[in-house]
Design a protein around this ligand. Structure first.
Ligand code: PLZ
Length: 454
């Protein structure tokens, strides 16, 4: 029996799947660490939750005071197969004992190649593909733009309102929101152009016209303002993540891809947050049958070990000269081993289907909450990527204070939930796909009470 088979057979070091509070939140040990943190870390580096982590697994996160929280965040859509999942731990441990690093640019290794083969197989489209590995989502986006510029000989990059693509110098310019991401960090990279998003809930002409209106604006930007022959790529998240889990109105995503094809512009799907079973498809592009030219992935790819990828058409990826792409740690062997464990977990544990079940459970309960809570303006999402947008009753005016109150109520009762949204007024839910039903139900009960208490 291999190490992996053994770990899966015994089920790994499973944490008890319960919500349990044993101290006030944050507890004494977390408060002590918070004081040390305040003295050692810069003020601008913040955390959404006040509790320090000690262990995680299945659907729970245990803090340093022994409180066990139901985790509706997965470290922002990363630990989709669970924290310290058996297959991930076993493969990464085995790799740690073999070697931790060579630098793929110096000595290659099989794990890297295997991850690339898997991504070429799993991503949408049956054309010939190539994959290159990186460390972070932002780095994948940076490199997708490098490939697109090299392959097209053009420089322009088109992105959308509410987009989030990272915090590095280029991706900061591609990200829509000024504060906290861009304020004071300029000058921003040039040649980045922004188009309106087909955001059904906030479409100026109404939800029915969201697709047509946003497409008309994109066409105008491409053909009139910038010039199609200046544009290397259009980059779009299939469901916008940090922007507020904005599911584009039907038809928009495939129409953008088609418009790109007509203009010789490369279409890049940023699946950093949506990828790896999260939305009830292996990749969110599949929902409307879109085959992007390039796809960026990270987060859910390696169960929390840093790994990101650009997967694309071979003829695009092969245009870059030898040595033009790389990085000391890119495609680290331990991260690659973890990714192989993640992919195996998704495929063998039926997690794509599980994401759909979770989505059905969430949407049902959230629509019940919406029916009795006038602050809920919109309920949306797909699979296990679900959100509610909160507004002042009777209006569409964002209500970030209501979001903060719900988060605090949940936190104090042992449920971790995350926020999002350009206006800070979205509650988002990203449970690990392996969360047992009883924890999902318990978490949704707490959420329901939180709304009743508003
Ligand atoms: N593209 C679609 O969601 C990361 C950001 C957390 P990195 N989103 C979480 C924060 O506030 O820094 C993200 C994403 C999409 C790109 C990225 C960037 O991925 O791995 O954080 O660089």
């Amino acid at each position: 029996m291999s190490v992996v088979e053994q770990a899966v057979a015994v089920g790994g070091p499973e944490l008890e799947q319960v919500r349990r509070l044993v101290t006030e939140i944050p507890g004494p040990r977390s408060r002590e660490l918070a004081a040390r943190r305040a003295a050692a870390l810069p003020a601008g580096l913040t955390s959404a939750q006040p509790v320090f982590a000690a262990a995680g697994g299945g659907g729970v996160l245990v803090d340093v005071d022994g409180n066990s929280f139901i985790d509706f965040g997965s470290g922002i859509a990363v630990t989709s197969v669970g924290n310290s999942a058996a297959r991930v731990v076993a493969r990464a441990t085995e790799q740690l004992q073999q070697f931790t690093h060579t630098c793929f640019l110096v000595n290659p290794y099989e794990g890297y190649v295997e991850v690339c083969e898997a991504l070429n197989r799993l991503t949408p489209g049956d054309h010939e593909k190539r994959t290159a590995l990186f460390n972070t989502g932002a780095e994948a986006l940076e490199n997708a733009v490098k490939y697109a510029r090299m392959a097209t000989g053009r420089t322009g990059v088109v992105v959308f309102d509410h987009a989030y693509h990272g915090r590095s110098m280029l991706t900061m310019a591609m990200t829509a929101k000024n504060t906290p991401y861009k304020k004071g960090f300029g000058p921003l990279a040039g040649e980045v152009y922004r188009s309106p998003m087909a955001y059904p809930y906030r479409a100026p002409g109404g939800a029915e016209r969201a697709t047509a209106d946003a497409l008309a604006a994109l066409r105008d930007l491409i053909d009139v303002q910038v010039g199609a022959d200046q544009i290397a790529c259009v980059v779009l998240e299939p469901i916008q993540g940090e922007g507020g889990f904005i599911v584009p109105s039907p038809g928009f995503f495939p129409a953008v891809a088609e418009l790109c094809r007509e203009r010789g512009i490369l279409f890049v799907a940023d699946e950093v947050q949506t990828g790896f079973a999260r939305t009830g498809d292996m990749f969110a592009c599949e929902h409307e049958g879109v085959v992007p030219d390039l796809i960026t992935t990270a987060k859910g790819l390696a169960g929390g070990l840093p790994l990101a990828a650009v997967t694309g058409r071979a003829e695009i990826m092969d245009t870059v000269h030898p040595g033009g792409i790389g990085g000391t740690y890119s495609g680290n062997p331990v991260s690659c081993a973890a990714a192989l464990g993640v992919i195996e977990s998704i495929e063998q544990e039926g997690l794509v289907e599980r994401a759909r079940q979770i989505g059905t459970a969430f949407l049902g309960r959230l629509r019940e909450i919406a029916a009795s809570s006038p602050v809920v303006g919109d309920v949306r999402g797909r699979g296990a990527m679900i959100a509610v947008e909160l507004v002042r009753p009777g209006t569409t005016e964002p209500d970030p204070a209501a979001v903060a109150a719900v988060v605090k109520y949940c936190q104090e009762r042992g449920l971790l939930v995350l926020t999002a949204g350009t206006y800070g007024n979205v509650l988002r839910f990203l449970p690990p796909l392996v969360m047992p039903d009883h924890l999902l139900a318990e978490g949704l009960d707490i959420l329901s009470e939180a709304f009743a208490a508003l």
